[in-house]
Design a protein around this ligand. Structure first.
Ligand SMILES: [Zn+2]
Length: 838
């Protein structure tokens, strides 16, 4: 599964999650989370279902074939949540024999007709009605995912502009809210599903669509069949008005179910899927094992995406329009993630949420693998680095990757199971080498296919292939917590021709990590590689040289999962940028130069980095460029102009144009004006913002023209900000009221620019104060630990700008009482340090 958290900007989305965390109850610390005991095993599940949109019910009949796991038994316990149970019977020679049962809204405990042995199968028939909404209402909390399993979206068609849909969400244990099953990850079952819906709807489920039959009453019955076993949480049913765009891989169906208006862009969004299937088949050595692969979008979907076997669902955010896609397909990582789950999660499944790393760390890492394969090593490394930062900033260094104690199973879906686990795989790949790494993955998949597994099985697969003991690695990274926090120092003994590299581990926990890594020693472009093992709190590695090295590059492959203080000087970093060559080598050098922009050499490096071969680093350099030095500003202008006009990447053109705006030159007016019509939202939006700086009237005219057209992202934001800067009182409801209505979210944060511009220009002081109250309320609702990241913007930019404008206005209108009140209100609500800016 992909949580929304990982597809949006980190800060705000982490914040939303944290804001929902319940008050501390620490009893869970004593509750060992054992793997569910297998008493009976699912063998086959046959379902006949019919949704009732008028009630949001599902009428269902289930035939479950099971057998005892090992010990004989005369009873069966099923998960069946919030249902009306009408019949429970044993099927014998085609006849129903009623069975005794009891039911408590959660579990259906059935007394079988006799004691069954593990060699005997039996089939149970259950006639039921699932009432997912009522179940959620009765027992649900504010869980991120909810517990109702089946979601009826706009079932009565009462909401305008929203299609009517059904989609299901099984992970973690919610599919048992729409069919009775043993809802545990260590169960696997084959599946048949027939669903009857109005003929206008399309359906999607696991496996192959075997037949479609039109009924006399205007309904249609679709029959889906899944011949290979998979876990109950991976069952899926989707219903709705979709365009089905067809693709294929090695003769297997690959389909994209999108809302009809996105049919023409479906292949632009999902079209790399066949190539991904081919790539993942090759690296795992396991050709895509299932009969088809479909992807569907769901309105109001509760997560980012979910890897239901052969039927992945994505949230509506996947549906980007053609202009958004010019800036890049921001959903491609998620598409790779869910696809890789078809192997890691669906083909081999974690036996318990404790071992979720076996699903999610692989899916997370697949995004690095795909980017590396498709877009080059820099792109893969950039993805890997972003994942590492995601973990390091999450503050989850106390959690083991494999966790036997947790408050709620949903808590396992965190930066440790995803981003940290992905980086642990990346280090492992570096340590054992590519061919051993992929061969070990093949070994793990082949050994455990159609079964569930725990992390030790992964270790054993690697040990078998490499012939190496890997207990230490797994104990340290899988069954332990935290990460190294190191400082690296270099002491040169020039007379003796020696350099001492001192690596010190500074973790507060006192835990010491064992870290194998490469060290490259550079003279000009020549390098010598040494392999070292860091094992102690302080390790000193001594290397001899005949000529003093230009650079000693520790962790030369830039794979270590750690935070570090690397005490290199500017010359070292300049050498690193030019010769070491990895994405992170260059990024570190740019970062260092960015912090030392007073130095001529640093500024020269930044100029070089503006033309870096990787667009992500050109954008990064643009972001950290400090334009306060007039001489530098002048010398960098031609480069910025060139980037703004000619860079092949639209986001780089946009960011360069954003920098050019700060020159406030009239001669750029025409360029900005033209660029507001650019097909890229980021270019057009940045150009409109830039135009506002040099020619506010022209910006307003264009914003009014563009308002009627469809726009998203930065352009939409920029149009609103421009219109808002007029201070037109009739916009108050839309801007202030609209902001007030939003929950704490990325979207709300993004509206601060427009609202700030509006309040600065608005003359109605009552309404200004109302708007300010909303901003301050939002600021103070943000959990404390994130305010160091959000307050500099809210206080130091948005509120400070408004204060400056209002103070300016007060100078010429000293008698304006209301305005004075606004100024005083702002002053009392701005902390002293933020008034100065940042
Ligand atoms: Zn996932």
């Amino acid at each position: 599964m992909q949580k929304i958290l990982f597809s949006l900007t980190l800060i705000i989305s982490v914040l939303v999650l944290r804001a929902q965390e319940p008050v501390a109850d620490t009893n869970w610390k004593k509750q060992y989370r054992e793997t569910a005991e297998k008493i009976n095993n699912l063998v086959h599940t046959k379902l006949e279902v019919k949704p009732d949109f008028s009630k949001s019910y599902l009428y269902g009949k289930a035939w479950l074939t099971l057998k005892p796991h090992f010990y004989p038994t005369d009873s069966l316990k099923l998960d069946a949540k919030g249902m009306d149970i009408k019949t429970v019977a044993l099927i014998k020679n085609g006849k129903q024999i009623s069975l005794k049962y009891d039911y408590d809204d959660w579990n259906l405990n059935i007394r079988l007709d006799k004691i069954y042995k593990s060699t005997e199968t039996y089939t149970i028939f259950i006639d039921y009605t699932a009432k997912p909404d009522e179940f959620q209402e009765k027992y649900g909390t504010n869980d991120f995912l909810g517990i109702k399993g089946m979601y009826f979206i706009n079932p009565l068609g009462e909401e305008k502009d929203k299609p009517t849909q059904i989609w299901t969400q099984g992970e973690t244990e919610s599919n048992s809210a729409w069919f009775p099953t043993i809802d545990k990850t260590n169960q696997k079952t084959t599946q048949e599903l027939t669903v009857t819906v109005a003929n206008k709807y399309v359906t999607l489920s696991n496996g192959k669509l075997m037949s479609q039959k039109k009924n006399a009453d205007g309904t249609r019955t679709d029959y889906w069949k899944m011949d290979l076993p998979h876990a109950p949480y991976l069952f899926f049913l989707g219903v709705g008005d979709y365009a089905v765009v067809k693709d294929s891989w090695r003769g297997k169906e690959v389909n994209y179910y999108v809302e009809p208006e996105y049919a023409s862009v479906a292949k632009k969004i999902f079209g790399n899927t066949p190539e991904m299937i081919e790539y993942f088949s090759k690296i795992t050595g396991v050709p895509y094992p299932w009969i088809k692969y479909s992807q569907i979008t769901g309105r109001d979907y509760v997560a980012g995406a979910m890897e239901n076997t052969t039927a992945t669902i994505h949230q509506e955010g996947a549906q980007q329009d053609a202009r958004e896609l010019i800036d890049g397909n921001n959903w491609e990582g998620t598409i790779a993630h869910e696809l890789f789950h078809q192997w890691f999660g669906d083909y081999v499944t974690t036996e318990q949420w404790t071992n979720l790393t076996l699903n999610e760390s692989f899916a997370d890492y697949s995004q690095t693998l795909w980017d590396e394969y498709k877009y080059g090593k820099d792109a893969g490394d950039a993805e890997n680095y972003q994942g590492m930062q995601g973990y390091l900033q999450s503050g989850s260094d106390k959690k083991d990757l494999v966790r036997f104690y947790y408050s709620d199973k949903e808590d396992m879906f965190d930066a440790v199971s995803y981003q940290k686990g992905g980086r642990i795989l990346h280090m492992l790949r570096n340590f054992v080498g590519d061919s051993a790494f992929f061969k070990s993955l093949n070994n793990y998949l082949a050994t455990n296919k159609f079964k569930s597994a725990e992390a030790h099985q992964l270790r054993l697969a690697f040990e078998e292939v490499t012939g190496r003991d890997l207990n230490w690695y797994f104990n340290q990274w899988y069954f332990g917590s935290g990460h190294p926090s190191v400082s690296i120092d270099y002491v040169y003994e020039e007379a003796a021709g020696k350099v001492h590299v001192i690596v010190k581990q500074n973790q507060k926990t006192g835990k010491i990590f064992t870290l194998p890594m490469a060290v490259d020693i550079y003279n000009g472009s020549e390098k010598v590689r040494k392999n070292i093992w860091v094992r102690n709190a302080v390790d000193t590695f001594t290397f001899t040289y005949s000529k003093k090295p230009d650079l000693v590059n520790v962790d030369a492959d830039k794979v270590m999962l750690w935070s570090k203080k690397d005490n290199k000087n500017l010359d070292n970093y300049i050498h690193q940028y030019k010769y070491a060559g990895n994405y992170l080598d260059r990024r570190e050098a740019i970062e260092f130069a960015g912090k030392n922009q007073k130095e001529e050499k640093a500024r020269e490096l930044l100029k070089l980095a503006l033309k870096d071969k990787y667009q992500g680093l050109r954008n990064y350099t643009l972001a950290i460029l400090n334009m306060e030095n007039e001489e530098f500003k002048k010398s960098v202008e031609p480069i910025l102009l060139d980037l703004a006009k000619n860079d092949p990447k639209s986001t780089v053109r946009a960011n360069a144009m954003g920098k050019l705006a700060s020159y406030k030159k009239k001669e750029y007016t025409a360029m900005f004006k033209n660029a507001t019509r650019d097909s890229s939202y980021s270019v057009a939006g940045t150009a409109l913002n830039a135009l506002r700086e040099v020619d506010p009237e022209a910006a307003m005219t264009i914003a009014k023209e563009l308002k009627g057209q469809k726009s998203k992202g930065l352009l939409k934001e920029s149009i609103t900000t421009t219109l808002a800067s007029s201070g037109d009182e009739s916009m108050a409801d839309e801007l202030i009221g609209g902001f007030a209505k939003l929950p704490i979210s990325q979207e709300k944060f993004q509206q601060l620019n427009a609202l700030g511009a509006y309040l600065s220009a608005l003359k109605n002081n009552e309404k200004v104060k109302q708007g300010l109250q909303e901003i301050i309320k939002f600021r103070d609702e943000i959990p404390e630990q994130f305010r160091t990241q959000t307050n500099p913007f809210i206080n130091g930019v948005v509120l400070k700008d408004i204060l400056a404008k209002k103070e300016e206005a007060l100078k010429t209108d000293a008698g304006n009482k209301g305005l004075k009140e606004v100024v005083d209100y702002l002053k009392t609500n701005l902390p002293a340090e933020d008034k100065k800016g940042f």
